[in-house]
Ligand binder design. Sequence first.
Ligand code: HEC
Length: 246
Amino acid sequence: MERTTGILAGLMLAALMVRPAMAQEVRTFGLQADTALQTSGLLDYILPRFALKTGRRVDPDLAPDVALGVGQGAPIFQYGDAIYGIEMMTGSDPAARFVDWLTSEVGKKAILTYAEQSGEPFAAVNQEVAADVIYFEGDADAGHVVAAAHCTRCHKVSPEDRSTIGSTPSFMALKAIPDWADRFAQFYLLNPHPSFIQIEDMTAPFDPRRPPSLVPVEMTVDELNDLLAYVQSVAPADLGAEVAHQ
Ligand code: HEC
């Protein structure tokens, strides 16, 4: 008796699982999202739009076919400081369409529009995030002191500085150049600096036959690292007059 019920239930389950695939396409899928996302209102905004566009919708009773979560799968948007990604958990076709839609321009736009309308801190994961990658790990505050001591003679190193030698690029202008990190990391090898700057254990001593014409600057590797961390924190100038001027 019990066995028969079990088999029956099994058959019914099989029938249920097979039927949608045979009779009609599967149009629903399970979505997993954390509480922060659930309460943000984002899903209530985007899911109906996705459904309208594709005829596919989330069924809250289904086990997850796709997961949206912090640090999960490929990053797609930022919520506050958290970077959310999306990951398929089954081979579900409607879930795959949701992933395609959410990562498309239309999907991204829907997220940004929701952010605008609701004031919730959603942002696209884009180059801005990539540009924030830390290249240099020194102490930026200490680096500002180093820059003020050794570079302000010629460069404006922060927007507050009064302008110095007009033809010398400011750190803000240099920061707007895509390979600023390379240029700063080896500035002591680039003219005019080798004639007056030495980095302990990194640069050869000045040629005694050609003593520096300027007051020589000596820096340690630690100071250089701090300096690079400071430069990293400097906001680039608007690509405009200042850079064009070079
Ligand atoms: C005596 C003046 C002087 C001092 C002091 C000075 N610089 Fe420069 N720097 C220049 C000049 C002039 C240029 C522009 C060179 C050019 O355009 O060819 C320059 C260019 C640069 C560049 C761009 C290099 C390139 O070729 O793209 C960097 C980076 C730089 N300086 C960093 C620094 C740092 C960091 C300090 C302080 C530790 C410093 N400079 C101190 C005069 C100075």
